[in-house]
Design a binder for this molecule. Structure first.
Ligand code: SF4
Length: 624
């Protein structure tokens, strides 16, 4: 892999590398990356999807490499971590220089809420932190508390004008990144750097995208916009302090009309724009525009330093409301549905979150091709990239065309000897109405044979909870369910006691790394196809079909293959690990698409015989 990365960088050709767990893939890209940085006197950017990998690179791999390579290079390799501005404490906002949209709720004297306590903790931490980096605040805090002390890039005053600019945490992080050979960042900032007109990352001609299977989802999130009672409300509260009340009231009324429409509308994809929604979106847009106009010239802040923070934040909130309403109206502008490039959908409200209208592109491939892959060499790597044995599916989503190569450097594990893939072919197909009794019996028997030691990966939180509730009565091993505590705490408990089982959904499919005997059995209840009502996946599927492709295989099966491979990848985490991946959904071996999914999984020894698998689990448990 190190040679392939070096060759790709030298030839300026994009490279996709599938490298299994335990390969040492981070060293295999960091070494050629550091060499390129030293040769070119520039920086190489390494992007990750998770904080865990960021930490591993910055706390473990890069310091060790810097020590090892120091004498071999003209200078000791330097590295830095850089995130989006929202991830750092904003000193200016801390000094109460900017609007606080949620103050009233937080400091309600009747209730010192959990969020209020988090706010206090941030304030204490602020006096001692050297980086202001949110991820260094342990335990973490929720978004609502963090928002009180951080700003979006568009709300920042700019270091030149900001009274705290000289000691700004985000600016200091940028400065450090500017001097580094390797800059570690996340996919979101990588996307923002590629797409915005102003650069946020230091100049670079090579990017390594680790955890590349997450790239499309993370980039899609960056370019998804939303409109709700809440987003309009923030703009109204801010602008109300700066302009004549009548105009702010007009925006508030338009926001209330929108809220009423969204509350009455069914959640899901919006294929045809109802006239009432079109009118209300136009009202919201025009009211926001009137407020923007009333605020006067944007550079007026210079004469009004007192209000500079509030004005900047107000412009940002109003621009967002205006531009999103316009973007949603434009999304329906094409003559035919097949020509539309954007998807609009309504998410129903949950608790304090109101119903929210969202808009996202059908595909981010073109954007990635033009903006990210255009003038850089990109190395994309993950344990799971070759779906159905081919890189084509992922390459299509990334928008990569002719100029790339893909290699699978394999895995250090001996999959056929270390693991069994068991498919419960005798079970009925999973239905819509929860877990059938036969599934619960099957899981019980498997867990009994394994003596606990089970990670249950369910396709929905409802199924995970139902299984936990039912099986707690049948099994005498401890059973944890996602949501009982923080996920990291649950994983800690699970790995500390082999008899304990852990059930959960999406974040466990990808985020659990438990080597050793505590994880001997991975149970997967059903093939994780996107939900039929998933607005983006269903729109993408329909679009592929309308343009002559196989929508189901390109979208739903590809999504399922990726998650299945990630889920199955939880089993073997070290060379001594042994165990079973049990997929209860018989369609994995009976359906036509089953072969594609099976080809996406590691080459475990396969069986559909429940007796054999239980026997194997009992033997493994006895040996442990
Ligand atoms: S420069 Fe921007 S982020 Fe930094 S302290 Fe000032 S307003 Fe906050």
């Amino acid at each position: 892999m190190a040679r392939a990365v070096r060759d790709a960088v030298e030839a300026k050709e994009h490279l996709a590398v599938q490298a299994g767990t335990g390969t040492g893939k981070s060293l295999a890209y960091l070494i050629p990356a550091i060499r390129h940085a030293a040769d070119s006197d520039g920086a190489v950017v390494v992007s990750t999807a998770t904080i865990a990998l960021q930490r591993q690179l910055v706390d473990r791999d890069l310091p060790r490499l810097a020590d090892a390579l120091e004498g071999l290079l003209p200078h000791r390799p330097e590295f830095a971590i850089l995130k989006g501005r929202r991830n750092y404490l904003c000193r200016h906002k801390m000094a109460a220089g900017m609007p606080d949209d949620e103050d009233d709720q937080l400091f309600d004297p009747r209730e010192v809420s959990a969020t209020g306590r988090m706010v206090q903790r941030i304030q204490e931490w602020a006096s001692e932190t050297e980086t202001g980096d949110r991820d260094e605040l342990v335990p973490g805090v929720n978004d609502q508390a963090w928002r009180q002390f951080s700003v979006h890039a568009k709300e920042c005053l700019g270091a030149q004008r900001c009274p705290s600019g000289m000691e700004c945490f985000a600016e200091l992080a940028r400065e450090r990144a500017g001097q580094a050979d390797v800059v570690v960042t996340n996919h979101a900032l990588l996307a923002i750097d590629a797409m915005e007109d102003f650069p946020v990352l230091p100049e670079h001609d090579v990017v390594v995208v680790d955890e590349a299977h997450e790239l499309v989802d993370r980039v899609t999130s960056v370019v998804t916009d939303e409109l709700s009672e809440g987003t309009v409300g923030v703009a109204v509260r801010r602008v109300g302090r700066l302009i004549e009340q009548g105009l702010a009231d007009r925006l508030q009324e338009a926001g209330e009309d929108l809220a009423a429409l969204l509350a009455a509308a069914p959640p899901g994809r919006v294929d045809d724009l109802p006239q009432s929604l079109a009118l209300t979106l136009a009202l919201v847009r025009d009211a926001a525009f009137a407020c923007i106009t009333a605020l006067g010239p944007r550079n007026k802040d210079k004469d009004d330093p007192e209000n500079a923070g509030l004005r900047k934040a107000t412009f940002t909130a109003l621009d967002e409301v205006h531009d999103t309403a316009q973007r949603m109206l434009d999304a329906f502008g094409a003559d035919s549905e097949a020509d539309r490039a954007e998807v609009v959908w309504l998410d129903e409200g949950r608790g304090r979150i109101p119903p929210t209208l969202r808009v996202a592109p059908l595909s981010v491939g073109g954007m990635l091709r033009d903006k990210l892959f255009g003038d850089r060499t990109v190395v994309l790597t993950s344990a799971t990239l070759a779906l159905g044995g081919s890189f084509d599916g992922m390459a299509r989503q990334w928008g990569l065309t002719g100029d790339w190569t893909g290699i699978d450097v394999g895995s250090p594990f001996d999959h056929p000897r270390s693991g069994i893939l068991y498919v419960a072919k005798h079970l009925p197909q999973p239905g819509r109405d929860g877990l059938p009794e036969a599934y619960l019996t099957e899981i019980t028997e498997l867990i009994e044979a394994a003596g606990g030691r089970t990670l249950g990966l369910f396709s929905s939180m409802r199924a995970a909870k139902a299984a936990t509730e039912a099986l707690r009565e049948r099994l005498d091993v401890p059973l944890l369910c996602q949501g009982d505590d923080s996920t990291s705490q649950l994983v800690k408990q699970f790995s500390a006691d082999p008899a304990t089982c852990l059930f959960g959904t999406l974040s466990l499919w990808q985020g659990v790394d438990v080597p050793g005997e505590s994880l001997t059995l991975v149970v997967i209840d059903r093939i994780p196809f996107p939900r039929p009502d998933d607005p983006l996946a269903s729109a993408r599927q329909r679009h592929v079909a309308a343009t002559g492709g196989n929508g189901f295989m390109s979208v739903a099966a590809t999504h399922a293959a990726l998650l299945l491979a990630q889920g199955a990848g939880r089993l073997l985490r070290s060379m001594d690990d042994r165990g079973v991946v049990a997929v209860l959904d018989p369609r994995l071996v009976t359906a036509r698409y089953g072969g594609f999914l099976l080809n996406s999984l590691p080459p475990f020894w396969r069986t559909t015989d429940p007796g054999k698998v239980r026997e194997a689990l009992r033997r493994l448990t006895a040996d442990a």
